[in-house]
Design a protein around this ligand. Structure first.
Ligand code: ZN
Length: 300
C-alpha cells in the first residue's frame, strides 16, 4: 500500500483508497474504521494517517474475516486497544484466522496457503454484532450482506454513504479475477439485489471505484453469476466429476489455476454445485468411486 490518503465523500464519511478500500467515519476527534487494510503494513500506515489527522481510533468495524480486510486488525488493536465490531458468523474466523484456508481447502491446507493472503494475524472481536442497530445512535447502521462470505456486513452512515464490502466488485476487478469468490450463491444474489434497492449517495466497494449510482455495477455482478451458472449447466450436459467442471469452467472464463486460485475458484465451484443441486437443476451420483454431476436433475 502506497502512502494512504483520506478522501472525504460526504459529511463525516471518508474512504482511504487502497488494494482494499478502507472506510473511515469521524465522530469528533475519534474515528471508526471500516476494515483495516490487507496486511500489517497497511494497518500501520492507516494508523499513522489517523494520528496525522488527530484522530483516535474508537473501533474497527470488520465487514468480514477475509485476510485482505482484517490484515491490519491485530497491529491497530495492539497499538490502540480499540474495539472491534464483527458479525457473529465472522467472529470465529477473525479470532482464529487459520480457519480461512481450512474452509477454502476443505481440510488441512498445504504451506502454499500459509501466507498473508489467506492468513491474517488473530485479533479480538470485543463487540460481536447481535443487534444491527447497535450503533444507530451514532448514525451508523449495520447491514447484513451474506453470500461472498459467511456473514458479511455492510455499513450505512447518516451521510448516506453505503460501504458495501465485497457484495459487489468493480468492473476492472471482475475483469481481473474472472470468477469472484462466492460462498453462498443464493445469498450473494440476494445481497446484490438488496444493495441495488437501497438508496445511497455513495456506494463504496472494497475493491472498485466509489459509485454514485450502483445499478450498472450491480447488473454486471449479477450477470456474471448468471453466466457462471449457465456455464456449469452447459458443462453438466455431460456427466462429469468436479475436476472436469472446474477445468472446463476455468477454460471458459480464462482463469489460470495455481494452488491459491485452485483453492478459491475450487471452493466457489463447489458452492455453485451445492446451490444448483438445491435448486434441483443438477444432481449427482456415485459410480465406481467417483462423484459424478449431471444436469438436468431428473435425467438418469
Ligand atoms: Zn476482499
Amino acid at each position: 500500500m502506497a502512502k494512504p490518503e483520506l478522501v472525504n465523500l460526504a459529511g463525516s464519511s471518508f474512504v482511504i483508497p487502497g488494494p482494499t478500500n478502507i472506510g473511515l467515519i469521524t465522530r469528533g476527534a475519534e474515528a471508526y474504521l471500516i476494515d483495516s487494510g490487507n496486511d500489517k503494513e497497511a494497518g500501520r500506515k492507516i494508523l499513522r494517517l489517523c494520528e496525522e489527522k488527530g484522530l483516535a481510533i474508537r473501533a474497527i468495524i470488520s465487514t468480514h474475516s477475509n485476510a485482505d480486510h482484517i490484515g491490519g486488525n491485530e497491529y491497530i488493536q495492539t497499538a490502540t486497544g480499540c474495539k472491534i465490531y464483527a458479525s457473529e458468523g465472522e467472529k470465529p474466523l477473525i479470532e482464529a484466522p487459520g480457519l480461512e484456508a481450512s474452509l477454502l481447502w476443505g481440510g488441512m491446507p498445504g504451506a502454499e496457503l500459509d501466507n498473508k493472503f489467506f492468513r491474517a494475524a488473530p485479533s479480538r472481536v470485543t463487540e460481536p454484532i447481535e443487534d444491527y442497530g447497535a450503533l444507530a445512535s451514532e448514525g451508523i447502521d449495520f447491514f447484513p450482506l451474506p453470500g461472498h462470505f459467511l456473514d458479511m456486513i455492510g455499513i450505512m452512515t447518516n451521510d448516506k454513504v453505503f460501504y458495501v464490502a465485497d457484495s459487489l466488485f468493480g468492473p476492472k476487478v471482475l475483469e481481473k479475477h474472472r470468477i469472484p469468490f462466492i460462498y453462498d450463491v443464493a445469498a450473494y444474489k440476494d445481497s446484490i439485489r438488496k444493495v441495488r434497492a437501497t438508496e445511497a449517495d455513495y456506494y463504496v466497494m472494497s475493491h472498485g471505484d466509489v459509485e454514485r449510482d450502483i445499478g450498472a455495477v450491480a447488473d454486471a455482478n449479477l450477470g456474471l453469476v448468471e453466466r457462471i451458472e449457465e456455464s456449469i449447466l452447459d458443462i453438466l450436459g455431460d456427466e462429469v466429476n468436479f475436476e472436469v467442471v472446474l477445468k472446463d469452467l476455468c477454460g471458459r472464463f480464462g482463469v489460470e489455476l495455481g494452488y491459491g486460485s485452485y483453492a478459491l475458484v475450487g471452493s466457489t465451484t463447489r458452492s455453485f454445485l451445492s446451490y444448483l443441486a438445491k435448486e434441483k437443476k443438477i444432481a449427482y451420483r456415485f459410480k465406481e468411486g467417483e462423484m459424478l454431476w449431471k444436469a438436468p436433475a431428473d435425467s438418469p
